[in-house]
Design a protein around this ligand. Structure first.
Ligand SMILES: *Cc1c(COP(=O)(O)O)cnc(C)c1O
Length: 358
């Protein structure tokens, strides 16, 4: 068993509320790569690192919180967990519940979740219900059910989720040997924004870092309640993972922004897709649209003159591109990209590739 990353609960056991009595329900989450992005450095003059959370077991950062939430639920005797989800929470809850031998019920907005995520929840045996409503409706119902029936809520309103997720900040500080100057994340329910802030605050308190990063969070323009300062009744964006009109961790995130001299901004869907292309075609990292908003946010803040040359910036990209791959197969003006079809002939293929024989 030597030399294997053991998942965030074991790796950070001393910094989480777990005891010998806590069953460790893990799929090996965490320990994700922090990748230097030369193409983004060339565009901004900053030192840019990308924390690739798509490399978690179910393909999103949700696994860090889910290992904690499901482990604690099982410790407390839960036989079933429930969550509302825009997709990734359901995929993660389903995987961790099935690993623990308990059931997961997931409520998703009808027709609004990416196919890869739907397939994951079903593959892992979740009781998946498509609700005729939006995410915010699903969360209200999930909270009601957990309050009145024997099911354990594993949305990020469950404090165990944010506790598990803070470990991503620990990993960043370990690699950089300090906190970055800026940390940028996509914002939906704002749980992850809150979790990074908490992780960095703990690192500072332990003397592992010398500063708090300025926490920058981005919402999609059609779904930007925190930026607007009011609930958005019918949030709309192609970035389905952050299509949230009434963020559960709104108050905590606002406090984190104030303490860290942070910022919340809104980004158009067109800019999200442009950033998605830059990340996949220039850096080599494939993410789902919501994740690309971190890159769009960096470019926007850099253009606005807010990111000094040489500053260290960490971008969290939250979910893997294979969950929702359709966006890669379209040109910026929305037409389909179709790979060229060729005969099985070396000379003709060399011709199409523009190669000359040597
Ligand atoms: C859940 C999720 C988000 C939003 O995180 P919050 O904690 O809700 O702000 C962003 N991107 C992806 C891919 C997600 O799954």
């Amino acid at each position: 068993m030597a030399n294997q990353w053991r998942g965030v609960l074991r790796e950070y056991a001393d910094r989480l509320d777990i005891t010998e009595k806590t069953p460790i329900i893990t799929l090996g989450e965490g320990g994700t790569p922090l990748i230097r992005a030369a193409a983004l450095e060339a565009r901004t003059g900053a030192k840019v690192w990308v924390k690739f959370e798509g490399m978690n077991p179910t393909g999103s950062f949700k696994d860090r919180g889910m290992t904690m939430a499901v482990s604690k639920a099982v410790e407390h005797g839960a036989k079933a967990v429930i969550c509302a989800s825009t997709g990734n929470t359901s995929a993660s809850a389903a995987a961790y519940a099935t690993h623990a031998g308990i059931t997961a019920a997931v409520l998703v907005p009808e027709g609004k979740i990416a196919m890869g995520k739907l397939a994951q929840a079903i593959a892992h045996g979740a009781e998946l219900l498509q609700v005729q409503g939006n995410f915010d409706d699903c969360l209200d119902i999930a909270r009601d059910l957990a309050a009145n029936y024997p099911v354990h809520l594993v949305n990020s309103v469950n404090p165990d989720r944010i506790e598990g997720q803070k470990t991503a900040a620990f990993e960043v500080v370990e690699v950089l040997e300090d906190a970055p100057d800026f940390h940028i994340v996509p914002v939906g329910n704002a749980g992850n924004y809150t979790a990074y802030f908490r992780g960095y605050s703990e690192e500072l308190a332990r003397g592992e870092s010398t500063k708090l990063p300025r926490m920058f969070g981005f919402q999609a323009e059609g779904s930007a309640p925190i930026v607007l300062g009011h609930v958005v009744k019918s949030p709309e964006t192609i970035a389905s993972a952050i299509r949230i009109g009434n963020p559960a961790s709104w108050k905590l995130a606002t406090a984190a922004r104030e303490t860290s001299d942070g910022y919340f901004g809104a980004i158009s869907d067109a800019k999200i897709l442009e950033a998605h292309r830059i990340l996949s075609s220039e850096v080599g990292i494939f993410v789902e649209p919501a994740s690309a908003i971190s890159v769009a946010g960096l470019l926007e803040r850099s253009d606005a003159g807010i990111i000094p040359k040489g500053a260290t910036v960490v971008l969290t990209v939250t979910g893997h591109g294979l969950k929702d791959p359709q966006w890669a197969l379209r040109t910026p003006d929305g037409s389909d990209i179709k790979p060229t079809i060729v005969p099985a002939d070396t000379t003709e293929i060399a011709d199409v590739l523009g190669l000359r024989s040597v």
